[in-house]
Design a protein around this ligand. Structure first.
Ligand code: CMP
Length: 140
């Protein structure tokens, strides 16, 4: 297995409930290492750009509204098989379908306020990391 990097966000619904530490601990306990981390309050324009792949979806307006409603912690995670491992510890997009013990099962409120985001493939991980971080800000 290769050491990979992936992109993660702790979303406003979670930061508003003071869950940054609790969620980061779940990521670390899964064997992931935080190699970059920054707290941002994204503008509508930044949220629209980040989620541009979803712009035709009916939930796009709600998604942009929610992501620009408070602070987000943007992170780069590193570890063996980090992309798949992060998605496993996050759980299903809809918390109603998430496995026991996953971040979304434990903390998410709904599909729209699902506490975390994680890249789904190496290409998107590279794009999403580059959207928020320069190379020198990622320190492994
Ligand atoms: P995320 O992994 O950040 O990727 C896109 C986000 O869109 C997703 O998590 C959800 O928060 C949100 N989303 C997906 N489907 C819906 C939906 N049906 N209604 C509202 N939000 C959604």
């Amino acid at each position: 297995m290769a050491v990979e990097r992936t992109f993660s966000m702790i979303k406003p619904d979670a930061t508003k409930r003071n869950l940054t530490g609790a969620i980061t601990k779940m990521l670390e306990d899964a064997g992931l290492r935080v190699v970059a981390s920054r707290r941002v309050w994204m503008s509508r324009r930044e949220a629209e750009g980040f989620y541009a792949v979803h712009k035709e979806r009916p939930f796009f307006g709600e998604l942009v509204e929610s992501m620009s409603s408070g602070p987000t912690v943007v992170q780069v995670l590193e570890g063996e098989n980090a992309i798949a491992k992060n998605r496993e510890v996050m759980g299903a997009t809809n918390p109603a379908n998430a496995d026991e013990g996953t971040i979304r099962k434990v903390h998410a409120l709904s599909i729209g306020e699902n506490s975390v985001h994680g890249s789904d493939a190496p290409e998107t991980a590279a794009q999403e990391i580059a959207y928020w971080f320069s190379q020198t800000q990622v320190v492994g």
